[in-house]
Design a protein around this ligand. Structure first.
Ligand SMILES: *Cc1c(COP(=O)(O)O)cnc(C)c1O
Length: 361
């Protein structure tokens, strides 16, 4: 089997999707499946759809195109607010998008009309995390304009927290979003079909809240794929946290000094490293590097210390593991490491426990 590779347990993904759908469904919240962390992999997307996910969301239009080309039938939502330069692609390939800029909304409408389509939009509200979103005080003015744009249909509103500023989607923030939805509905005599309260960081709020208000949608990636909430990264009970395993191969194993010797300047990463002298050390080199993975985001499954990495090599303290050339080392990954792995063609994507993968690919 190819190395390095990532093993992907499809049955465990199916299990997590079912559990999360049931959990959130119990309080009327629909789960949107976020595919960016798996790079829009069609086989994985297929698992989500077969387990009842109706809307697939991705931040990259290229991933959406990939899934649609592979024949994965779903409603597609573009998560990153469209760039002006990609408006036409967005209208053609995604059914809906999150938005925060009137200039973009006008262009989306124009291209939708030109293509005899209606593009659905969800207006993002800024609630303090300071990434994308319209300031609450501007919502009325923007909604008024959007309702006049003939190529658009206003599907709802949403917010995104805990991404840039680390702001918690707590009871106050969710109440504020509900209230904005209610006021817009009253003012403009409209119904907002979707009020999308956030992402995997909303778990704590959800489990402690008696009344979820008008929130009826969450966009989940990390909870599905890593089985965790995204505020403190605690495992969610009943979910698998070990769906993915990264595996790399030992290409050198030798006893060498623990401290580099000679005149110290910058290394490949632009750092000037300092190592303690601990005498001779059993060391191993893995055929994987910073090109392939975020080294700080992976954890070996056995007792090994990662000493560092350059673009194509990872250095290990092999004292406890006694690895030999040709042996493999397995790692758990966090969200950023997973994102990077799925963005590189150099790591084989190995699906295990094939789950009714039907006719695609
Ligand atoms: C990535 C993303 C999500 C999913 O976040 P998770 O923490 O993986 O659940 C939701 N909404 C937006 C706008 C995103 O960019």
């Amino acid at each position: 089997m190819k190395l390095p590779r990532i093993d992907i347990d499809l049955e465990k993904i199916a299990h997590n999707v079912q559990q999360l759908k049931t959990l959130y469904g119990a309080k009327g919240i629909n789960v949107i499946g976020v595919t960016k962390v798996i790079g829009g992999d069609p086989i994985v997307a297929d698992i989500l759809v077969k387990n009842g996910i109706e809307i697939l969301a991705d931040s990259r239009i290229s991933n959406i195109i990939k899934m649609r080309k592979a024949g994965i039938r779903a409603q597609y939502l573009l998560l990153r607010t469209p760039a002006l330069s990609q408006v036409e692609e967005v209208v053609i390939h995604s059914h809906m998008s999150l938005n925060s800029e009137l200039t973009v909304l006008k262009k989306l409408s124009e291209y939708a009309l030109r293509n005899h389509m209606i593009h659905k939009v969800i207006l993002m509200v800024e609630l303090g995390d300071l990434r994308e979103g319209i300031m609450p005080s501007e919502m009325n003015a923007i909604v008024k304009e959007v309702l006049d744009l003939k190529g658009l249909s206003l599907l709802g509103i949403g917010t995104n927290l805990a991404c840039f500023g680390g702001i918690s989607p707590d009871e106050d923030k969710m109440k504020e979003l509900s209230l904005i939805a209610i006021r817009l509905e009253e003012k403009f005599k409209i119904t907002l079909a979707m009020v999308s309260g956030g992402n995997s960081a909303n778990y704590k709020w959800f489990t402690s809240s008696k009344d979820v208000g008008r929130i009826n949608s969450l966009r989940l990636g990390e909870s599905i794929f890593l089985g965790r909430e995204a505020l403190s990264r605690k495992p969610i009970s009943g979910l698998f946290t070990d769906i993915f395993t990264l595996i790399a191969e030992v290409i050198e194993a030798k006893q060498k000094p623990s401290q580099p010797y000679g005149t110290v300047y910058q290394n490949a990463n632009g750092d000037t490293p300092h190592f303690k002298n601990e005498g001779l050390m059993d060391r191993a080199v893995l055929a994987i590097g910073t090109q392939d993975v975020i080294v700080s985001g992976i954890t070996p499954k056995q007792k090994i210390i990662v000493l560092g990495a350059s673009s194509d090599h990872m250095l290990l303290d092999n004292t406890k593991a006694s690895l030999r050339v040709g042996d493999t080392v397995a790692f758990d990954l966090n969200y950023s490491a997973l994102l990077r792995v799925f963005s590189t063609p150099n790591i084989a994507k190995n699906k295990i426990n094939q789950y009714e993968c039907a006719s695609i690919l």
